[in-house]
Ligand binder design. Structure first.
Ligand SMILES: Cc1cc2nc3c(=O)[nH]c(=O)nc-3n(C[C@H](O)[C@H](O)[C@H](O)COP(=O)(O)OP(=O)(O)OC[C@H]3O[C@@H](n4cnc5c(N)ncnc54)[C@H](O)[C@@H]3O)c2cc1C
Length: 342
């Protein structure tokens, strides 16, 4: 397969026939109860029903999961993904929830909160479980005297979420340091893909091109680093920390940049700022006064407020600049019935 990396840490290959997925299906209470006890009995992971999800996201909005499970290692992650697929249960992988606006209607099916945070240094490489926070990946690398993942400090998400988005900051992105990622495919097989195989480009990977409810799941990622003076790396981390504090509204719930930057010309933030939209508000959501490409939530906001405001900003930029800004944040969960404002 183009872009696959056969020699890397061989994951299990377990092709399985799966029934077609009915990805938007909600689970009934009885079904969720039955699936939850099956998961507990077979895999040993506790589940909860109707779990409120807002607290697992940095935007602090969103409804409930039909069924929710937290995994703490790759065995549990793989087993739960397979379990959901074998039973045609819609699946959603939740990392740190730092790119998400989860619908007020919640998320259908099983939500797996990925807290598989294992990591090891192998020579000049960091091999991370997909639930490892990128900030932790940055400090583990620094402690090993390895440079390259400093930008991870700016990304409040997991390694899996960062691969999914090809996250980046401070002139670096996942593509620039990723050797490969192990990915569980829809048929249950696991493949090792390099940046080409993942089609990493500006805030994009092929993992984004799947049906909601039927994700391909990153289980681990291997990063290529370079030896450097730990003092120099620590200084770079401090610089990044100071930059973020100066430029981003870190004290308030948000999901990072709302829009992708246009391919050329002013950034999305500049376009929005020039139109005087800082401070514009719908319900509890407002355009940040500190960074015009952030929408912040005053804690009382809803997912609908955030989406409505996103669409309003998009419409004003379209009207005034004739440009279509594309959201970078992800509207996840059950948005059926959502009507864009006329
Ligand atoms: C204050 C702030 C600053 C930010 N700054 C930046 C920045 O500088 N650069 C940048 O690129 N981003 C930035 N972000 C956005 C965000 O941190 C990144 O997009 C991050 O990569 C999301 O990771 P996550 O684990 O939180 O994913 P989540 O938000 O939990 O999920 C996002 C998507 O990824 C999918 N996903 C998560 N884990 C996996 C997995 N293991 N396998 C398959 N799919 C998966 C989810 O299903 C979902 O569709 C910022 C966010 C905030 C709140």
């Amino acid at each position: 397969m183009n872009g696959s990396v056969p020699e890397a840490a061989a994951p299990m290959s377990v092709p399985e026939a799966t029934a077609p997925l009915t990805v938007h299906r909600r689970l009934t209470q009885e079904e969720a109860l039955r699936l939850g006890s099956d998961i507990q009995r077979r895999i040993g992971v506790k589940t909860s029903r109707q779990e409120p999800l807002a607290r697992f996201t940095t935007m602090r909005v969103g409804g409930r999961a039909d069924l929710f499970a937290e995994v703490h290692n790759l065995f549990e992650l793989r087993a739960l993904v397979r379990f959901a697929r074998q039973r045609d249960v819609p699946l959603f992988i939740l990392g740190r929830g730092s790119d998400l606006v989860i619908s007020d209607g919640g998320v259908p099916g099983l939500v797996i909160h990925n807290r598989a945070q294992g990591a090891r240094i192998d020579g000049e490489r960091l091999i991370a479980d997909s639930g490892l926070p990128m900030a932790k990946a940055a400090t583990i690398s620094k402690d090993a005297g390895l440079s390259g993942l400093e930008f991870g400090l700016a990304i409040p998400g997991t390694a899996g979420g960062a691969v999914w988005a090809n996250a980046g900051a401070h002139e670096a992105d996942v593509r620039s340091v990723l050797v490969s990622a192990s990915v569980m495919r829809l048929d249950g097989s696991e493949v090792v893909l390099d940046p080409g195989g993942l089609a990493l480009s500006y805030r994009h990977s092929i993992l984004k091109d799947v049906e909601p409810g039927a994700p391909e799941v990153v289980t681990s990622a291997t990063f290529r680093l370079e030896p450097a003076d730990p003092g120099v790396i620590a200084e770079r981390l401090d610089e990044i920390r100071r930059w973020r504090q100066a430029h981003q509204p870190l004290g308030m719930p948000s999901a990072g940049s709302v829009f992708r930057n246009p391919a050329q010309g002013p950034s999305a933030g500049e376009l929005i700022d020039r139109l005087g939209l800082k401070g514009r508000r719908i319900g509890g959501a407002s355009v940040s006064e500190k960074h015009a490409n952030f929408i912040v939530n005053d804690q009382k906001g809803s997912a609908s407020d955030v989406r409505r405001l996103t669409e309003e900003v998009q419409a004003i930029v379209r009207r005034e600049h004739g440009m279509e800004l594309q959201p970078e944040i992800v509207f996840a969960g059950d948005w059926s019935g959502w009507e864009p404002a006329a």
